[in-house]
Design a protein around this ligand. Structure first.
Ligand SMILES: NC(=O)c1ccc[n+]([C@@H]2O[C@H](COP(=O)([O-])OP(=O)(O)OC[C@H]3O[C@@H](n4cnc5c(N)ncnc54)[C@H](OP(=O)(O)O)[C@@H]3O)[C@@H](O)[C@H]2O)c1
Length: 239
């Protein structure tokens, strides 16, 4: 695809930022969203002229729509939506951290639906489009403490497959499952001890975020008519 127009949510750090850097280097025209505007501004300045940014809280439907609209206004079309924003408030259900459950549902699941809602009309009008959803190996190997996080990721895996089946030949849908990747994600683990343990493990075996960016780029660079449905990328050391 020639200079695709790509929206990335959660582009202020980690996998989203690495994906923005890689796709920009490959010539994509980007619209980047996240809440931390300072981080987006610094990234856009590094990337040069084509990248657009918009402070975005993906829990707000109108923010997600405005980010998609920004891409279309700036670049004239939308080729790919990468729904990557996510939080991992890992804790046992026993802790009854209901607000953390709600945030994970809102950011990891509900916002993906907002993205589909915003992007589909453009994809339909163009007769092409690509939804890339960042899910997780947490949904493939379920472990204690990750119940709600993994549930949101598997809900997105399910709706990715349903969208693929419903969408017909014009739409591509990809679910990318990263294993442990060195990012800021563990900062959102509420318990200090669990957070430190997760950080240690991440530093020990985590992949660079670029490993996931390359998987996303691989799905995007396929010719029209070729849909990479699922990609799982783990560190070799991950059990
Ligand atoms: N790292 C891993 O080991 C791993 C493994 C499997 C899956 N994943 C998934 O990969 C994706 C990216 O995470 P990451 O590892 O790169 O972690 P990260 O560095 O913490 O990045 C998360 C991104 O999501 C954004 N975000 C969080 N809440 C948001 C909200 N309400 N509105 C808009 N943006 C929001 C953050 O931006 P702001 O805070 O600036 O809003 C940030 O840009 C997530 O979906 C995560 O679940 C990561």
């Amino acid at each position: 695809m020639d200079a695709p127009v790509v929206v990335i949510t959660g582009a202020s750090s980690g996998i989203g930022e690495a994906t923005a850097r890689l796709l920009d280097a490959q010539g994509a025209r980007l619209a980047l969203g996240a809440r931390r505007a300072d981080r987006l501004e610094a990234l856009a300045a590094e990337l040069g002229g084509e990248a657009r940014i918009r402070p975005t809280d993906v829990r707000r439907r109108e923010d997600v729509r405005a980010l998609v609209d920004l891409a279309v206004q700036a670049h004239g079309r939308l080729d790919v939506l990468v729904s990557n924003a996510g939080v991992a408030r890992i804790a046992p259900l026993e802790d009854q951290a209901v607000e953390d459950w709600e945030e994970m549902i809102d950011v990891n699941l509900r916002a993906v639906l907002y993205g589909i809602e915003a992007a589909l009309p453009h994809f339909r009008a163009q007769g092409s489009g690509h939804v890339v959803n960042v899910v997780s190996t947490s949904g493939l190997r379920i472990v204690p403490g990750q119940a709600v996080y993994a549930a949101t990721k598997n809900a997105v895996r399910t709706l990715s497959e349903a969208l693929r089946q419903e969408a017909g030949p014009d739409l591509r849908v990809t679910a990318v499952s990263p294993g442990m990747t060195r990012t800021e994600l563990v900062d959102s683990v509420p318990d200090a001890g669990a957070r430190a343990a997760a950080r240690e493990r991440m530093d020990e075996i985590g992949m660079p975020a670029d490993a996931i960016a390359r998987a996303i780029a691989f799905a995007i660079e396929q010719p029209p008519g070729v849909d990479v449905g699922e990609i799982v990328v783990r560190p070799t050391a991950q059990g």
